[in-house]
Each structure stands twice: as structure tokens, then as C-alpha cells.
Design a protein around this ligand. Structure first.
Ligand SMILES: CC(C)(COP(=O)(O)OP(=O)(O)OC[C@H]1O[C@@H](n2cnc3c(N)ncnc32)[C@H](O)[C@@H]1OP(=O)(O)O)[C@@H](O)C(=O)NCCC(=O)NCCS
Length: 195
């Protein structure tokens, strides 16, 4: 596929649904259980709202074929500025065609323009495709980072919270009004007509 036919540009509001849907195909919880971030609609919308400049899409014949969502980070009172690519995805039907590399180059240019001194990425330790991909692009200094989890569902306070939130989820209007409430409504509507 000729790469010059691919349009890479900033993500626009009309791209949001396509980006979300492609991400749904790629970032499945079962596939990468250690991925601590969650892919959902809010993730895409929040990136669009807060990091518009560093959210890019790749389109081919008007079809979304990839995206990169990142942040430019500046530490207060420090010269430390860096780019962080949080989500990068390419349509699996056309992977290994160079689209991921093109998206990365565009992102890198953007970060350089903004003044970043370094780019960070992270991914699941078993995501060999992504690790090879980033290595090919020149990333090194792999640091192992451990994510651990604590299951809270057996904690007594969690159970209590679940119980009370279930109770509150029932709309009061869905339940038949108590005789006291009926009486109260009757008398207050009478009061209003009396005024
Ligand atoms: C990782 C990903 C973005 C790569 O996109 P891509 O468009 O297929 O990558 P490219 O075609 O630009 O590949 C560039 C190089 O990366 C390496 N690479 C890419 N995919 C690879 C794979 N599956 N296995 C081994 N190496 C791979 C190769 O060296 C490749 O060069 P080559 O094809 O000439 O050998 C894509 O596979 C993807 O969307 N994966 C699922 C989501 C994900 O894991 N995202 C990254 C973490 S957020």
C-alpha cells in the first residue's frame, strides 16, 4: 500500500467514534489484563478535550486506519518536558504496512515542536509486537514496572457499599408510594390550591 495515500492529521470531533471503535478491537481487557488504563469513550473524549494537538489519526480513502493519543508533559519549575504516547493503534487488517511508523513520526515531530526532550511509551510486557515496534523506532532503556492488584470484592465495606448503592439505584418513583406519602401529597396539593 503506498504510504503517501495515507492522510495523517490532528483528530477532529468526527473521528471520535471511529477511534473509539478501532480501540475497542485492539485494547481488549482479556488480551492485555495488565494494562492498567481503561479504553472507553471517556478516554477518547478526554484526550480530545485536553490534548488535541497530540491526538493524531491516520485515514486512507476516508477510512480510519490508525490513531495515536499522547500528552505533552511539562513539570512546573523545571526544564523537564516530555511526550508520552498513551495509545497507539493500527487497523489489524493492514498492520505491518508502515502506518504505525508514520503515526509515530508525526507524533515525534509534534513533540519536538512543543519542546519535548524525550518520548515515553509503555505497554504490557507480553505485547511483543508493540515492544518490537518501539525498539525498531529506537526506543531503549526498558524498565520493568510491576502492576499489582488487590481484590476488594470480599472486603466487608465493599459489600456494604454494593448493598447500599443497589438500594439507591431503585428510583423512588418506581416504588408504590407509601400511605403516608400519599396522604402528604394529597394535603400539600390541597394547600397549594387553597392559596
Ligand atoms: C504495534 C502497532 C501499533 C504497530 O503498527 P504497524 O502499523 O503494524 O507497524 P509498522 O508497519 O509501522 O511496523 C514497523 C516495524 O515494527 C516492527 N513490528 C511491527 N509489528 C510487529 C509484529 N507484529 N511483530 C514483530 N515486529 C513488529 C517491525 O520491525 C516492523 O518493521 P517491518 O514490518 O519492516 O519488519 C500495531 O500492531 C497495533 O496497533 N497493535 C495493537 C495495539 C498496541 O499494542 N499498541 C501499542 C501500545 S499502546
Amino acid at each position: 500500500m503506498p504510504l503517501d495515500e495515507i492522510e495523517i492529521r490532528e483528530m477532529a470531533i468526527d473521528d471520535l467514534a471511529d477511534v473509539f471503535n478501532l480501540g475497542e478491537r485492539l485494547f481488549k481487557a482479556g488480551l492485555w489484563p495488565a494494562l492498567y488504563r481503561t479504553w472507553d469513550e471517556y478516554e477518547v473524549v478526554n484526550f480530545f478535550a485536553s490534548d488535541t494537538e497530540t491526538c493524531l489519526v491516520a485515514r486512507l480513502d476516508n477510512k480510519l486506519v490508525g490513531f495515536a493519543l499522547g500528552s505533552f508533559i511539562e513539570k512546573r519549575r523545571s526544564a523537564w518536558r516530555y511526550g508520552y504516547i498513551v495509545w497507539l493503534g493500527v487497523d489489524p487488517d493492514i498492520k505491518r504496512s508502515g502506518i504505525g511508523s508514520e503515526l509515530f513520526s508525526a507524533m515525534k515531530e509534534k513533540f519536538i515542536e512543543l519542546g519535548a526532550r524525550m518520548i515515553f511509551i509503555d505497554t504490557d510486557a507480553r505485547n511483543d509486537a508493540a515492544i518490537n515496534f518501539f525498539k525498531k523506532l529506537g526506543f531503549d532503556h526498558e524498565n520493568k514496572h510491576i502492576y499489582m492488584s488487590l481484590n476488594l470484592t470480599h472486603h466487608p465495606e465493599y459489600k456494604q457499599h454494593r448493598k447500599s448503592s443497589k438500594k439507591w439505584r431503585i428510583k423512588p418513583e418506581a416504588q408504590p408510594p407509601s400511605p403516608e406519602l400519599k396522604q402528604h401529597r394529597k394535603s400539600s396539593s390541597k394547600d397549594q390550591t387553597d392559596v
